[in-house]
Design a protein around this ligand. Structure first.
Ligand SMILES: C[S@@+](CC[C@H](N)C(=O)[O-])C[C@H]1O[C@@H](n2cnc3c(N)ncnc32)[C@H](O)[C@@H]1O
Length: 220
């Protein structure tokens, strides 16, 4: 596996008196990290910062989505967690909820783990797997940022490390729809930029935000 020189430290806070930023107390460091997207994205190598606008959830959206999904002790799964931005932001703002991210790209899991190490959040876990290998029974609520779209958008692929195709797009959407369909009443789901192919009829739309891009659903 490629070893990253982890030299992208967060910006120095205004009251910082010198010395390595990484020695700041966890609370101070995280307050600074989760202040704005540029500060957070700085945790990652440049190439992945540049992907942020199209592929990773903005912090404000993550917080709003997590607000709907969080409840003490609940387990929330980010379906296709990328570099971990949603899970880390959600975990920071809602420390009593457990956030899990499943991601099929090993490199992104590595980066998510490195970023988690900086935040020292203990309620966030990343799982290196395809969503078809995950047991949906282990999770209470779900976040989905149109993770399968890359399969039908050849101009906006994250990298060429995995197989992408229209048939996989259809397969994953059908798989997720069937998995969500089996969840009990009360299950919450937030979708961002979704075409809604993965949403079973039993999920009721209860709120819309971000000019219609983010939708909140509850299984009836
Ligand atoms: C649009 S990004 C969203 C990342 C993250 N959820 C966020 O909001 O910041 C979608 C991610 O889903 C991952 N992904 C797509 N299909 C997947 C699958 N079948 N299993 C696991 N991960 C998948 C991609 O590798 C990509 O990192």
């Amino acid at each position: 596996m490629k070893a990253y020189p982890f030299s992208y430290f967060p910006p120095v806070p205004e009251d910082h008196q010198g010395g390595p930023v990484i020695k700041l107390k966890k609370d101070n460091l995280n307050t600074s990290l989760f202040t704005n997207d540029a500060a957070f994205d700085w945790l990652y190598p440049k190439h992945f910062q540049l992907l942020s606008l199209k592929h990773w959830t903005p912090l404000a959206i993550a917080r709003k989505a997590a607000e709907f999904l969080a409840e003490p002790g609940a387990r929330v799964l980010d379906i296709g967690s990328g570099i971990g931005k949603f899970c880390l932001a959600a975990g920071h703002h809602f420390p009593e909820t457990f956030f899990y991210g499943v991601e099929q790209r090993h490199e992104l899991i590595y980066l998510a783990e490195e970023a988690k190490g900086c935040t020292k959040l203990s309620n966030v876990t990343f799982i290196y797997a395809n969503i078809t290998q995950v047991n949906f029974k282990e999770f209470d609520h779900f976040y989905f940022y149109n993770s399968f779209h890359e399969n039908i958008d050849s101009e906006n692929q994250i990298d060429d490390s995995i197989e992408l195709s229209e048939s996989l797009y259809n397969y994953y959407n059908q798989y997720l729809c069937a998995a969500l369909n089996k969840k009990p009443s009360g299950t919450r789901l937030v979708t961002f930029h979704s075409f809604e192919q993965e949403i079973p009829p039993g999920f009721k739309l209860v709120d819309i935000s971000c000019n219609g891009l983010m939708k909140m659903w509850i299984k009836t």
